[in-house]
Design a protein around this ligand. Structure first.
Ligand SMILES: [Zn+2]
Ligand SMILES: [Zn+2]
Length: 363
């Protein structure tokens, strides 16, 4: 059971070394597949993406069968429910989210939508140590022990996270009110005072906004707030979703479908349209009475983003952290040191007391 890949044939695409026959893995930051056994590199002649092709949302929403799908072996974790796919080059087959070892009965076949593009891993896992150290040093109020502990964390696992992206042209007609503040004096004699009042005037207008690549993570495991912190994806460097880039990495199965993803994207677009309306109205405060938005030319695609993840236990609690596989930027849960926070609070109180003493003794 230690080496599950001997028992189950995982994934349909395994690339073998032409020199020794071993399973090849994608080498982050390069366009090569690497052989861990003989050290040979095999080039991936990936197609350069000249123009990113996107699919028409309404057409595919009407007929989901049009989407390009492939039969895929999916592993569902018995402990946490994460569903992922990976290939035979993976030596240790364990769940990237909870480290549970997989067994053969966890595998089932499914037809999944083929992603269009991906961002290959750029940072190699052996370069991660320095990124981790930088992150830990930057933490305020972290327990000292954490600084050693996190370096001996569970295995760092590279996972491709599925993500929907949406484009849309929007045209909005609105009507609302603009509030301009002014000050005036009211009352007389002892009751005389200056007050701030708002003068309201009606406004209407038209807002035209184009949204490009609004990203909605389709992951069931990474919370969306974490995903938004791992941002800054250089999507201009995406390549065709060639399976060779997935060799040696886990790929999480998308759990959110394209129509639910669009609902999320649309809400984000609407929030931005609201903001644009308020800016257009101007003044000191705004009221939006009505608005009508037409969404047209809606396009979408499914892409894969590279994220390293791991966890560490500290004080009987499991902390997760995530790393942008392109930039090495770390995001994660972390414990706070009660001792350090207490000391900081005491130091702050002493500073305040000293300040008060100086002020009182000035004159
Ligand atoms: Zn080899
Ligand atoms: Zn799991």
């Amino acid at each position: 059971m230690s080496d599950i890949t001997e028992n189950i044939s995982l994934g349909s695409d395994t690339y073998q070394c032409i020199h020794c026959g071993a399973a090849l893995k994608y080498k982050p930051g390069t366009t090569f597949l690497h052989c861990d056994y003989c050290g040979a590199d095999t080039p991936i002649n990936a197609k350069v993406v000249d123009e990113v092709e996107e699919l028409d949302f309404e057409q595919y929403a009407k007929d989901i069968e049009l989407l390009d799908t492939q039969a895929t072996k999916v592993i569902c974790c018995r402990k946490c429910g994460a569903e992922s796919t990976f290939d035979e080059s993976m030596k240790s087959a364990e769940c990237p989210y909870c480290s549970m070892p997989f067994i053969e009965s966890d595998v089932h076949m499914e037809r999944l939508i083929r992603p269009s593009y991906l961002l290959p891993f750029k940072v190699a896992d052996n370069e991660m140590q320095s990124h981790m150290q930088t992150w830990i040093k930057s933490l305020w109020f972290a327990p000292n022990k954490l600084k050693q502990r996190a370096l001996y964390s569970n295995k760092l696992q590279g996972v491709y996270i599925p993500c929907w992206t949406y484009d849309a042209q929007t045209n909005t007609d609105y009507s609302g009110q603009r509030g301009d503040s002014y000050t005036t004096t009211v009352g007389s004699g002892k009751n005389r005072q200056t007050v701030v009042r708002t003068r309201w005037s009606y406004r209407s207008g038209h807002i035209s906004l184009f949204f490009d690549d609004v990203m909605v993570p389709a992951s069931g495991m990474i919370p969306s707030d974490v995903m938004s912190k791992i941002q800054n994806w250089d999507t201009m460097n995406m390549v065709d979703a060639d399976n060779r880039f997935l060799s040696g990495f886990v790929t999480e199965k998308y759990v959110m479908n394209m129509t639910t993803g669009y609902e999320y994207a649309r809400r984000r677009m609407e929030a931005e349209i609201d903001y644009a309306i308020r800016r257009d109205i101007g003044g000191d405060s705004q009221r939006v009475d009505s608005k009508k938005t037409r969404f047209s030319n809606i396009k979408f695609k499914l892409i894969l983003l590279p994220v390293y993840m791991s966890s560490y236990t500290y004080g009987n609690k499991l902390y997760h952290f995530f790393v942008n596989g392109r930039t090495g930027r770390v995001t994660g849960d972390r414990p706070y040191s009660k001792v350090k926070i207490t000391l900081a609070v005491i130091a702050g109180l002493i500073a305040l007391a000293l300040f008060a003493w100086f002020v009182n003794n000035q004159g």
